[in-house]
Design a binder for this molecule. Sequence first.
Ligand SMILES: [Zn+2]
Length: 253
Amino acid sequence: MRKPALSVFLAACLAVLSLLCVFPSAAEETVDVLSSPLPLLVNKDYPVSDDFVPADLVLLSDVLDSSLVRIKGNRKIYAVRAAAEALETMLEAARDDGIRNWQISTAYRSIADQQKVMNNRINYYRKKNPSWSKSRAKSAALRSVAEPGCSEHHLGLAFDINVPNTSAFKGTKQCKWLHEHCWDYGFIVRYQEDKTAITGFTAEEWHIRYVGVEHSVPMRDNNFCLEEYLESVEAEPGFLLVEEIPADELPVL
Ligand SMILES: [Zn+2]
């Protein structure tokens, strides 16, 4: 992994997007997270800024057909419109294959939301282990919860999808269908079992990320996780067999 070069590119990408995609009438600065030629990477090495807000967030219940997918707890869950629309198209295809009964439990999360998730997990560990210090509880929490700013959910392009009233998603027919077909609709299974050393996350069968078919298909065909894919493009820019991205727009890394 040549992190410095990738870091420079991604930081530049986010900075340029922040400058280019400000909506003057909006109260907050919003970033078009899909205008970059490559998918944006967000993790503990590449956090988003504290004021990062993706552009074009939509309320899922306004966009998704309720006969296709349930919103957990009827909560107000937001996602970037293009990702929500791709999700709907994918779930229509699943329905046509006889696979129904889906639920979205999480999509976009603000930095403040992520802080709440982190605090709740720390409190959970401290209650369970009263002798633990706060920092020990935080270390334990960090094994399954990303620090605020470091969660891919900040992009508004990731969904936690599962089956209503079922605790385990792995092994369900929905999980099997999703892992086989999501790539055809622009999604990737972001945290896979054989990539944990690279992604830094344990496997999350329920977490999918929208990157667009021009990226999801070559990632599937080469068995690349997002980090490997970005590295491969850096090493060999012509690797992307994508007509939508003119060669002169590929990043110089
Ligand atoms: Zn997730």
